[in-house]
Design a protein around this ligand. Structure first.
Ligand code: BDP
Length: 678
């Protein structure tokens, strides 16, 4: 066990579930003839069932075509019916008990594949074959991974090795790895992949890369995955020989139209372009005095009904010093209704940037005439990279379940589009840099399929498939996972603080950084701490970012005395001696939160140690090692942060609190040029 098999281990069943599965010999029946002769997606579904059922039951399961199976009266038969018009299109399936065993029904082959994975998941969790019945349909049309992979093999903010895309050997050689990757994605319903970084190189649009992308598209098509490219807005200039990329210049529009035609000639189901424009130095329509809608619509026209332009709303400028959290709203909300039908606006979960905790982005629900998609970050740029254990489903649920105040929750507001997750996948043998980070890939896909799933269910089903289905194990480990993100928020950015990470690589604490040239690059800009107090005032007396939310949503955060303290310092600047309703001061509570975070990691270590011997030794030791790193670094975060706050407020530590192990000077002097993911 080295983690390569992810949650698709299909570990042999035991007890009643095994007895139930092996009561009769099993066969998988694939349809022949009719509407779907030899379809690669149905073949993949049948192969998966055969492999999975054989492994779960410990017996070789046979594959039978069409009527052959009907003659085998002694067999329990899993039948695939993949052209049933009564089932919805788009991946829906129904699993039903039948007189011969069990039927998987769908209107399209991809529904049969999703249904097969669903059946195998239920069995892997320990359910009995004879108890399984379910009907599902994906809630969102788009369930995408965004890879921040560069053509040179590096991965921006990647903590799992280098890129999995081997552009050097493609298109001639396609590694089995690429099939395993597609299969894993299909198992959780992911149906779109952007293969390159949003900080895009125009080179990816050159013919030689299109040929390579075609090879991937062909390999992934049976798994229901469409490929997308991040497109650099200045490509007509960079590689097209034009002196401009102005979206209103007819030559520019024609260049993109020709480029789209060229891509579609190779990849008829190409998904479209993802664009980061006029953000962090990337080119965009703003360079020519045009709006985001002007730029997006020009590209949308080039694609036509064949594909989608996914335009990112992650923008902020150095020229607006008031509040970075308001800038995307100010720039995009007025454009509602101006985007072409095949444009989707991709909005990060919070208004700043993938912090351990942010309130939901005010654009959700505020653009009723625009399709808006949620962007999450699966890779843990701001949550301790791959060595800290943080299960992110609770964070994403917090956003999905949030009522926007515009009559919809975030989950409902994004329904016409879907979800994108910045991938945490790399060349490491375990794919994600750590075993527990696989859970975030898994949970992302499952939530994009069904945002109403609870974080607890996702933790439980992942743990049962990935480690052990023994109930004591699943209960403890899922509970540990559910608390883990809050623990990280506590030792890094408690009480709604944000962006206190070190410059550049974002590894470790640096709340003292105040002198970077752009104001909003500095942690000081975000915490605003001084001798008197701490926090960012986003009330009407401050930046008034609260006004970007619908009044009922804003009301939840308006009063520091009556709000969820986990968002407190995001919205309020308060004196250190401000007291919570229970009488504890802000300073005391802050220190308590840091201590709770460190204690939480120690607790996770204990829980994990308590299950040694119940799972394979190698993966157990890997996790134990990483928890040791996390424990040390949680202490570092806590000590360095407290030392810094104390240097400002000169307050004594609450009674019984341990002083930081080292001086502030020590923490400030640390440097980590070797930190990954720059
Ligand atoms: C920030 C990352 C940066 C990305 C940017 C983005 O630090 O590497 O390019 O987001 O989303 O979080 O475009």
């Amino acid at each position: 066990e080295d983690g390569y098999r992810l949650w698709l281990r299909y570990a042999p069943l035991e007890g009643p579930a095994l007895a139930d599965l092996t009561r009769r010999p099993l066969a998988v029946q694939i349809p022949v003839g009719g509407a779907i002769p030899d379809n690669p997606t149905i073949r993949a579904a049948a192969d998966e069932l055969q492999k999975g059922l054989s492994s779960l039951s410990g017996r070789q399961v046979s594959l039978m075509k069409g009527h052959d199976a009907e003659t085998r009266a002694d067999h329990a038969i899993i039948r695939l019916h993949c052209a049933r018009s009564e089932i919805a299109a788009g991946g829906a399936f129904s699993i039903r008990q039948s007189s011969r065993g069990l039927d998987i029904l769908a209107s399209e082959p991809i529904g049969c594949l999703y249904g097969s994975f669903s059946l195998l998941r239920a069995l892997s969790e320990g359910m009995r074959l004879s108890d399984i019945g379910r009907s599902e349909a994906p809630r969102y049309p788009l369930r995408m991974l965004n890879h921040w992979d560069n053509p040179d093999g590096s991965v921006e903010r990647g903590y799992a090795g280098s890129s999995i895309f081997d552009w050097w050997k493609l298109p001639d050689h396609l590694d089995q790895w690429m099939i395993d990757y597609a299969r894993a994605n299909a198992s959780i319903g992911i149906n779109g992949v952007v293969v390159n970084n949003v900080n895009a190189s125009a080179m990816m649009l050159e013919p030689r890369y299109i040929a390579r992308l075609k090879r991937l598209a062909d390999a992934w098509r049976p798994y229901g995955i469409r490929v997308y490219l991040s497109a650099r807005f200045s490509a007509p200039r960079d590689i097209g020989g034009l002196e401009t990329a102005d979206p209103f210049d007819p030559r520019v529009a024609a260049w993109w139209k020709d480029k789209a035609d060229e891509i579609y000639a190779a990849i008829p189901d190409f998904g479209g372009f993802l664009v980061k424009a006029n953000s962090e130095g990337q080119p965009g329509p703003g360079d020519y005095g045009r709006t985001h809608a002007d730029g997006a619509n020009m590209l949308a026209h080039a694609l036509g009904p064949r594909g989608t332009v996914i335009w990112r709303a992650f923008v902020y400028s150095e020229h607006d010093e008031a509040d970075r959290a308001r800038q995307a709203f100010a720039e995009f909300a007025p454009l509602d209704g101006q985007f072409a039908d095949n444009v989707i606006l991709q909005v990060k979960n919070g208004p700043i940037d993938f912090q351990p905790r942010e309130p939901f982005h005010p654009l959700f629900g505020a653009m009723p005439d625009t399709r808006v998609m949620l962007e999450t970050q699966i890779t843990k740029e701001y949550l301790g990279f791959s060595t800290h254990l943080a299960f992110l489903a609770p964070m994403w649920k917090e956003v999905l379940d949030a009522p926007t105040g515009h009559g919809k929750t975030v989950a409902e507001a994004i329904a016409p589009a879907g979800m994108a997750g910045v991938a945490n996948i790399g060349s490491d043998r375990n794919w994600s840099g750590s075993h527990f980070d696989q859970a975030n890939w898994y949970a992302f896909g499952r939530l994009a399929w069904d945002p109403s799933l609870s974080a607890e269910q996702l933790a439980r089903e992942w743990a049962a498939q990935t480690w052990s289905r023994e109930e004591g194990f699943v209960a403890d480990i899922s509970a540990m996972m559910l608390g883990s993100r809050e623990i990280v928020a506590d030792y890094m950015t408690p009480l709604g603080l944000a962006h206190l990470m070190a410059t550049g690589h974002h590894y470790g604490p640096a709340p003292w950084v105040c002198d970077l040239p752009r104001p909003e690059w500095n942690p000081c800009y975000y915490h605003r701490a001084d001798r008197q107090g701490i926090g960012f005032d986003r009330t009407p007396g401050g930046s008034n970012a609260l006004a970007d939310y619908a009044p009922i949503a804003a009301a939840r955060w308006a009063d520091p005395d009556r709000m969820d303290s986990r968002y407190l310092l995001w919205f309020h600047h308060l004196p250190w001696d401000w007291t919570f309703p229970d009488g504890t001061s802000l300073w005391q509570t802050l220190v308590q939160r840091y201590d709770a975070g460190v204690a939480g990691v120690a607790q996770m270590q204990q829980v994990w140690a308590g299950h040694e011997g119940e799972i394979d030794a190698r993966r157990h030791a890997d996790v134990a090692d990483f928890l040791k790193i996390q424990r040390r670094e949680a202490q570092w975060w806590r000590d360095a942060s407290i030392a810094y706050w104390q240097s400002l407020n000169s307050l004594p530590l609450p009674d019984g609190t341990r002083p930081p192990a080292r001086s502030l000077g020590h923490y400030r002097a640390l440097s980590f040029p070797e930190a990954p993911g720059n």
